[in-house]
Every structure is written in structure tokens, then in C-alpha cells.
Design a protein around this ligand. Sequence first.
Ligand SMILES: NC(=O)C1=CN([C@@H]2O[C@H](COP(=O)(O)OP(=O)(O)OC[C@H]3O[C@@H](n4cnc5c(N)ncnc54)[C@H](OP(=O)(O)O)[C@@H]3O)[C@@H](O)[C@H]2O)[C@@H](O)CC1
Ligand SMILES: Nc1ncnc2c1ncn2[C@@H]1O[C@H](COP(=O)(O)OP(=O)(O)O)[C@@H](O)[C@H]1O
Ligand SMILES: [K+]
Length: 487
Amino acid sequence: MRTAYRVETVRAAESALMARLPEGTLMNRAAAGLAAACAELLRPGLGRRTVARVVLLVGGGDNGGDALFAGARLARRGIGVNALLLAPDRAHPAGLAALRAAGGRGLAVADIAPGALTTLLGRASMVVDGITGIGGRGGLRPVAAELAERVTASGAPVIAVDLPSGVDADTGEVRGPVLPATLTVTFGTLKPGLLVDPARQHAGDVRLVDIGLRPLLPVEPDVAALTPAEVAALLPRPTGESDKYRRGVLGVAAGSARYPGAAVLTVGGALRGGVGAVRYAGPAHAAVIARHPETLVSPGTPAEAGRVQAWVAGPGLGDHPEAERVVNEVLAADVPLLLDADALRGLDPARVRARSAPTLLTPHAGEAAALLGVARERVESSRLTSVRELAERFGATVLLKGSTTLVADPAGPVLVNETGTPWLATAGSGDVLSGLAGGLLAAGLAARDAGAVAAHLHGLAGHAAPMPATASGVTDALPTAWQSLTG
Ligand SMILES: NC(=O)C1=CN([C@@H]2O[C@H](COP(=O)(O)OP(=O)(O)OC[C@H]3O[C@@H](n4cnc5c(N)ncnc54)[C@H](OP(=O)(O)O)[C@@H]3O)[C@@H](O)[C@H]2O)[C@@H](O)CC1
Ligand SMILES: Nc1ncnc2c1ncn2[C@@H]1O[C@H](COP(=O)(O)OP(=O)(O)O)[C@@H](O)[C@H]1O
Ligand SMILES: [K+]
């Protein structure tokens, strides 16, 4: 797993580690990793014998200290380094002394004329952002924000130290001005904000520098991303003893006379979720059988459909009374259940909490907002907080779809999917995801794993589908995605 820890945990681990090591060791390790990353990016320029010039943005904390010590290392290699000090009286004293001793310059931002600043930034091969790291509070303050704007306008590549300045390390929220980076060099461990949008979008590529923190971090992270190998290990595979019933049967209650396509797409995803069979129950049975002849179809409701190991309900059900009956029946079934789309409308947390079998809810931001009684924008800006709140409120696993797909249980780490692509934002692709995750539930995966594995495969299929991707194209690309994981 790629793991991320919140600031409080990082600080506790850092203090425990610092107590065992000579003063300055951790900052020295951080600065060495940062300088190496900068030098690597500068190398092509140096090869053409252009003069490399680096500008450091230095805040009043240790994030600025990292930048200054890294700048000193670069200056010792003959690179021109200018440090712009936002709080000159609080700039890391040892870091500033090291930079000056190595031939670099420290300048108070307030003392630089606007024209001189434009020239400095215009000539910079790169800008190193050491304004704030894990000590940053809220969006950048006015002086830092103005400087950030000038840097962005200059077009110079920005290397963020630990985090892009202005983002919330713990939640991935961005509440005000921020300095977007080309590359973020982070220390000891990833922070949740480097994995979760909108902050993640500002981090560029992320490189983790080992400073020896890992053994001091708790086993359980706050946020994690499954690696491809971990996803591959979770994929259900038939064995010699398997038959179609033992592999799992998924029931699908989706689609309506008005939306038959939702049934077709959900079943399509379900058939590629590693189950032995898919039962479809509902009014779109003719459309389903026409497209997927391997489906066991019936026109009735879930209670009449026969035995299944899990249910998926919701996509395209519509909002008529029959849809309500369908949702009531699957809520009463004592097997794992995935509820999406129309099945989420007005869903009562008490009814979900009362279930003894696992429940997986898969809202997009609008559906999540309705369930939480907040505005959609609040969910989009606070994805991590929102998914945790929903999981807690419903006592269920929640997969929040969108620019970063997150899967949360009421307790424990939130899983983030890293394979997604905005091409998946196409009508019906969520239906495919529901079927796929439902298939994995029926095959025996825990709700959290089913959600995370489905999101991973769905993202890979989104990349593999012919452009521009359609929901049917994503469905058809799922075997390619599956095979890319299993070799
Ligand atoms: N601990 C360790 O072992 C290691 C830590 N390491 C490094 O230390 C970093 C943490 O350092 P830190 O704790 O000093 O906080 P930091 O991120 O520099 O921010 C505080 C400064 O920012 C300012 N400021 C705050 N908000 C602001 C805003 N919105 N807009 C503008 N300014 C704002 C704030 O001002 P103040 O509120 O005090 O007025 C203060 O000056 C960490 O990310 C990593 O890089 C590495 O060396 C590895 C070892
Ligand atoms: N900006 C985005 N980046 C990556 N994935 C996205 C983005 N927007 C939507 N998606 C994905 O596209 C799918 C859309 O699902 P959903 O909103 O339920 O649409 P529909 O109801 O039309 O099927 C989800 O898997 C979601 O995570
Ligand atoms: K920073």
C-alpha cells in the first residue's frame, strides 16, 4: 500500500525519531533528497551549458529551512541560488547561513522592486517552494499569495517542498490561494493531501524521500492506495473445485422501461466482476438478454429472483413506487448489498445500520451531498471529510465517485483510487462500476476491497477504452484491465 499519515501522526513520529538522532539530521536528510531531485531536473539544462538559476521561496518555518539547506547544496555545485525570504527575521538561521556560506543570496521579498522580481523569476530555471509545509494553516496569506501568483505567471517549474504551499495536508482541501507545483518532494511519508483532490491536482508528480520515519509510524495509515500487485491478489480466481454457484451469483435490480440501458450497463460490469452468474430481475430483461445472453433474467422483483450471494440495486430504477419496493426488498435480503443512484435517494441511515450483511453505497458528489444535506460544492471541496461522514452516518462502506474516488469504512484507513481518468465522466460509466463492484461482492470480497478493486479496474479500463470513452467502451475494456493486472 502507498500510505499517507495525518500531520499529528507525522509530528509524533518525527519527534520520536529526532530524540534518537543528532540535531539537524532529519532536515539534513530532507534537504539532501530535495537537492537531488532539483539537480536531476536541472541536469538537461546544465548539459547545454546554460546557467542554472534557482529561486527559493522561504517561509518562516522548517519548510523554508529545508529549502535553504537544499539551496546551499545546489549552490555548492555552482548553481546560482537566490532565496526570497518572506519573513526575514524568522528564516531558518542555520539554513540561511549555510546558503550564504555556499555562495547563495538571501533577499527579503519586501525589499525587492517589482521589476527586479520579474527579472529574477523570468531567469529562474526552477523555483523551490518552501513557504509552508505541514505547518501551513489555510490558503496562502496575501504577501505569499501575491508572490505565488507572480511565480505561476513566470512559467518557471515549481518544486514544492513537502507539500504545495496553501493546501491542507490532512484533508486535501484548498481554502484560498495555493502555489501549484510540477513536482512535490515530500519527506518521511505521503500526507493525505497529496492523494486527494483538489490538493492532489496542485502537487504534480510526487516523490517520497526516506528520512527514516517509517518504523516510527503506526501500522494503520489514515489514507492509502492499493498497489497493482495488491489489487491483483484480491481478484477472485476460479479453482479446480469451483462451479458457477461457488464462484458467486450476483443479483442485479437496475433499469426500468424508461432507462433500460442502465440495466444493460450494470449487468455488463457485473459479468466482468469475477462471478459465476448474474441474475437480472426487472422490467429491462429483454434489453439485458439481447445484449448479454449469459444473464439469467426474470421480469419480477428481487424477492422473486432466486438465490444470490449479493445484490446491486439502483442504476436507472427511476423514482416510481415499484422502485421503492425493489429497494425495500434488497435492503431486507441478508446478503451483501450495493446501492447506487436511484436507490440512494432518501435512503434512511437507520435501515442501512439495521442490516447484518455488509452494505456498499456508491454515490457521486451530488448524491453524497443529498445524503448529507449539504451543497454539492462542499462534498467536492471536502471529499475525504464527506466520505468519512457518510460511512459513519450509515454504518456502511461508502465509495465516493468523482475526480478522486475514495472508499471509506466507518473506521480505518480511507482507500484512494489512483487509476482514474476524467474520461470516465461519461453517462452510464457509474452503472458499469456498480455492476463490477457488485460482482466482486458476490465473489466474496469485503465491501471495502470490492469498492477499491472495482475502482482500480474501472480506472484502468477508462484508460484502455477507445477514445473518447463511452460506458460500453469501458465495459469492453475491463478484460484488458483485468489481464494487465494478472499478467
Ligand atoms: N519536524 C521535522 O522533523 C522535520 C520537518 N521538516 C520540514 O518542516 C516542515 C514543517 O515545519 P514547521 O512546523 O516549521 O511549519 P511550516 O510548514 O514551515 O509552516 C510554518 C510557517 O509558515 C507560516 N504560515 C502558516 N500558514 C501560512 C499561510 N497560510 N500563509 C503563509 N504563511 C503561513 C507560519 O507563520 P506563523 O503562523 O508562524 O506566523 C510559519 O512561518 C515540514 O513540512 C517539512 O518541510 C523536514 O525538515 C523533515 C524533518
Ligand atoms: N473528473 C473525474 N475524474 C475521474 N473520474 C471521474 C471524474 N468524474 C467522474 N468520474 C468517474 O466517472 C464515473 C461516473 O459515474 P456516475 O457519476 O455515477 O455517472 P452515471 O450515473 O452517468 O453512470 C464514476 O466512476 C466517477 O468516479
Ligand atoms: K511548500
